[in-house]
Write a protein that binds this ligand. Structure first.
Ligand code: PAF
Length: 280
């Protein structure tokens, strides 16, 4: 496995290796866990050359957010990636990606980026689409892999790729969960033992919605309020949003007539977590 830290070397590597080969790409912010590894495993199966980027992207964090404290451990990540047969880790510095005077941003406008995470974290998706546009340009992948825990992000990236006519296939993969249902996330490492226990309330709230729908409840307001009641019963949790939405458009639905996405964001102590479930 190679470690590449600058854009020029990354470009030459891809150019040299690419002829007739499928390049798979897993963009990450590091602190790799089983969720990332599921993307890496799929990428390894489907690609001749597999690149994983590790870059904690400052432009997608809100001011006062956890950019500085975000967990970083390149050495450990490299060990995990090497064991999965990754060919290249691309781990540029912030200065390499955003040199002094940097002023260009890529933004998907409209509904998709202005609700849920877009509403709660203004500027977040602008940062995500900017870094991904840059990484796609540097790595030139054929396929790129995203976890459905960040469901809205995967839709935003799909839109970015379509709107910019990028020749890249977006492969979304299911959320990986702990045994008690908590969705894997690098931010879970911020949780104290008590908060870690409390955090299962997010997945429990999604299961409540699933049970409601299975029982024939169709009114989205009733489903959301049952979810909210459950989360409010957990003293360490503070709801940011609960939403019953169309999985393609992310528009809120009033009645559940077909498949819906149920999404939740809440703070557990100081840590903001998100989760979602598609319910048929
Ligand atoms: O999902 C993430 O880890 C990040 O948003 C991504 C896609 C690597 C962009 O920085």
């Amino acid at each position: 496995m190679e470690l590449i830290k600058d854009i020029q070397t990354m470009r030459s590597y891809i150019k040299r290796i690419q002829e007739g080969k499928i390049v798979g790409f897993v963009p990450t912010m590091g602190h790799l866990h089983e969720g990332h590894l599921s993307l890496i495993k799929k990428g390894r199966e489907e690609s001749d050359v597999l690149v994983v980027s590790i870059f904690v992207n400052p432009t997608q964090f809100e001011p006062g957010g956890d950019f500085k404290s975000y967990p970083r451990n390149l050495e450990w990540d490299m060990k995990l990636a090497e064991a999965e047969g990754v060919d290249v880790i691309f781990a540029p510095s912030v200065e390499e990606i955003y040199p002094g005077g940097y002023s260009t941003f890529v933004e998907v406008e409209g509904h998709l980026t202005s609700i849920l995470e877009g509403e709660s974290r203004p500027g977040h998706f602008r940062g995500v689409t900017t870094i991904l546009a840059k990484l796609f340009n540097i790595v030139s992948p054929d396929r790129t892999y995203f976890g459905e825990k960040d469901y809205q992000q995967a839709l935003v990236v799909r839109k970015l790729v379509r709107d910019l006519n990028l020749n890249i296939e977006i492969v979304p993969l299911p959320t990986v969960r702990e045994q008690d249902g908590l969705a894997l996330s690098s931010r879970n490492s911020y949780l104290t033992p008590a908060e870690r226990k409390a955090a299962t309330v997010l997945y429990q709230s999604l299961l409540t919605a699933k049970k409601d729908i299975a029982r024939g409840i169709r009114d989205a307001t009733v489903i959301s309020s049952h979810m909210e009641d459950l989360i409010r019963g957990q003293p360490l949790a503070r709801i940011d949003y609960v939403a019953v939405i169309d999985p393609e458009t992310l528009r809120r639905v009033e009645r559940v007539e077909k498949e819906v996405l149920v999404a939740v964001a809440a703070k557990i102590g100081q840590t903001r977590l998100i989760d979602n479930l598609k319910i048929g």
